[in-house]
Design a protein around this ligand. Sequence first.
Ligand SMILES: NC(=O)C1=CN([C@@H]2O[C@H](COP(=O)(O)OP(=O)(O)OC[C@H]3O[C@@H](n4cnc5c(N)ncnc54)[C@H](OP(=O)(O)O)[C@@H]3O)[C@@H](O)[C@H]2O)[C@@H](O)CC1
Ligand SMILES: Nc1ncnc2c1ncn2[C@@H]1O[C@H](COP(=O)(O)OP(=O)(O)O)[C@@H](O)[C@H]1O
Ligand SMILES: [K+]
Length: 458
Amino acid sequence: MMPVDGRSIVTADEMRAAEDVAIAGGATVESLMDRAGREIATAVRRLAGASPILILCGPGNNGGDGYVAARLLKEAGLDVRVAALSEPRTEASRAARHRWSAAVEPFAEAAPAPIIVDALFGIGLSRPLETGAATKFAELVETATLSIAIDLPSGISSDDGCILAEVPSFDVTLALGAVKPSHLLQPAANLCGKVRILDIGVPTRSRARVLDRPALTPPGPEAHKFTRGMVAVIGGAMPGAARLASLAAMHAGAGYVLLLGDAQGAPDAIVHKPFYPEALSDVRIGALLVGPGLGRDAEAQAKLDAALATDRPLVIDGDALHLIDPDAIKRRSAPVILTPHGGEFTGMFGRSDANKIDAARQAAVRSGAIVVFKGADTVIAAPDKRATVSRSASVWLSTAGTGDVLAGTIAAVLSTGIEPYDAASAGVWLHGDAARRLGPAFVADDLARALTAARASL
Ligand SMILES: NC(=O)C1=CN([C@@H]2O[C@H](COP(=O)(O)OP(=O)(O)OC[C@H]3O[C@@H](n4cnc5c(N)ncnc54)[C@H](OP(=O)(O)O)[C@@H]3O)[C@@H](O)[C@H]2O)[C@@H](O)CC1
Ligand SMILES: Nc1ncnc2c1ncn2[C@@H]1O[C@H](COP(=O)(O)OP(=O)(O)O)[C@@H](O)[C@H]1O
Ligand SMILES: [K+]
């Protein structure tokens, strides 16, 4: 059972293609199912101890995995029952069913059990479960003391984070071979519980990964405040937002933070001046941040235009995202990182039918910028189609000002000269780690200060 951080995210089609490569290399569907069933049995045994187990099997290969695991668990002496939604329909799952020597209970009549293993549907789910089956399924899962989904909780589609039927929430999901987008994308991700990967011997390839702890180095003995990274933050109509971003940049490790705007109440370490355009051409600026609390009037537009006209790496957030045209960003030669939440993203790029990973990728291609599409499932995407998805760090991030803190954090990492995609990813990780450290009901100011501990942990 492997943790998911840093691992590839694979769509259903990419998983099937990987399976085809394995089969072309001499494996068979039966041998893959045998390996998957063995890994599942080992994991379930570890999780379930000696408690009685009910395995729910569907008609496809997900069900086949369930029959194999049931047989192995029974051979190991555990109390295992199987209930099937319908007869197996694939050759491999029929063979697996055949080797299960005990009874198969009708799904509708299955009695509850302390441990429920859901092997109804995996990546092959094509429509919602029928109402009766969905109700029975929810009852069995909700009354269990431990519920384990094989590959995916049945009723969520693999690639877009959508829930097709009413799906109960699981304690553990065992992803076969690789995580799928719906293990990370909301709302489906919230039903998966703890996600662990089982190695089924099928190598996978993908341009998308789960966010991992970054490798940031501490300053060396030769460091001084400007080599550590200088961040300039442009203030505006709502000065608190730029102050929060500046505070975050300092606590995330910037060597020097210049706040061009109202700094009333900000720590003395933050250098502040009224905004003047020439300040932006200081070559020591490693990252310029514009947008938090900027306002949306002509003055705000003039500040944004001045920032765009520089050759400094730029983070664009908040109000500035409402003022900017994605095509104008593409004309810029210095790096740009955009940090929209859902509303800002739609305002800039329009509504998309693509899943959140592909929508972020398309936006990155269109703008030529790194796009940090925020939410409980933040996606970081690059114009070359790399994408990283963050697991939800803390639901308590849903409070005003945490986006300003993220923008300042990313600017601090970017100012050190790190590649923009890596800087955005590291910033999202630091932000999430600071939130995890704080627990419930923090405010954005606390979050900015907690970045010191997050940065120190690397
Ligand atoms: N990839 C790999 O490397 C490996 C994959 N493995 C495993 O295989 C799984 C994928 O197997 P799979 O393709 O057979 O799909 P699966 O999810 O079992 O269901 C498809 C069946 O369900 C049916 N059906 C769909 N929706 C329905 C509904 N609402 N209500 C009723 N029926 C519905 C659908 O019918 P159809 O849509 O064709 O009408 C079809 O008959 C994968 O998740 C993993 O567990 C491992 O064994 C080994 C290595
Ligand atoms: N429910 C949630 N779970 C996890 N993270 C969240 C949730 N809601 C918001 N966030 C995170 O909190 C931050 C909020 O940013 P944003 O909406 O721009 O806030 P603000 O504009 O008030 O600063 C983002 O980093 C986002 O990913
Ligand atoms: K399943």
